[in-house]
Design a protein. Structure first.
Length: 177
């Protein structure tokens, strides 16, 4: 099946724009991705989106793989290529330009202020991403409790998150989640 050119242009435009506003990494763009593919275009369900997010988190390498998974789901291999290039290309070009400029003003007061201001923005975008994925994954009272326990354990203990995924997978296998 050949993907519709309009869909590919839509994916390219939205993901290129999201790449420039993904402060703190690809997870900062999760709310925008979710809004586009689940709420606006209805290309997938909340559950499918949450599953892709989970898969991207446990896959070795950068978690930007969610972009590729979403593109593949929407428009096959062409969609995967378009979303990946659109998400990575503009952000990489911008980072190269700003990185060179940034080094010139290493001790400037405005640079320090900008960096300090970007920290809460990055944390806020990541928190919004976590909320969206948690809402999509929490389909029953058991999954809500499991989500809250996983969040609390992640926040309080310094264990590898893969152990939390393993416990959640076991609970799912035995039918508790």
């Amino acid at each position: 099946m050949k993907p519709d050119g309009g869909i590919l242009l839509t994916l390219a435009g939205y993901f290129a724009l999201m790449s420039l506003f993904a402060i703190g990494g690809a997870n900062g763009a999760i709310p925008g991705m979710h809004r586009l593919v689940v709420e606006t275009k209805e290309w997938m369900t909340d559950r499918q989106f949450a599953d892709m997010f989970a898969l991207a988190q446990v896959t070795p390498g950068p978690n930007v793989i969610i972009v590729t998974l979403v593109g593949y789901h929407v428009a096959g291999i062409a969609g995967a290529l378009v979303t990946t290039l659109a998400m990575c290309g503009p952000a990489c070009a911008f980072a190269l330009f700003v990185g060179r400029l940034w080094d010139r003003f290493r001790s400037a007061r405005w640079r320090v202020a900008i960096q300090a201001g970007l920290v809460p923005i990055s944390i806020g975008l990541t928190a919004a991403s976590a909320l969206i994925v948690a809402r999509a994954a929490s389909t029953s009272w058991v999954s809500v409790v499991l989500t809250l326990v996983a969040a609390a354990v992640s926040f309080r203990l310094t264990i590898n998150p893969l152990w939390i995924f393993a416990v959640a997978a076991l609970l799912g296998l035995v039918g508790l989640a």
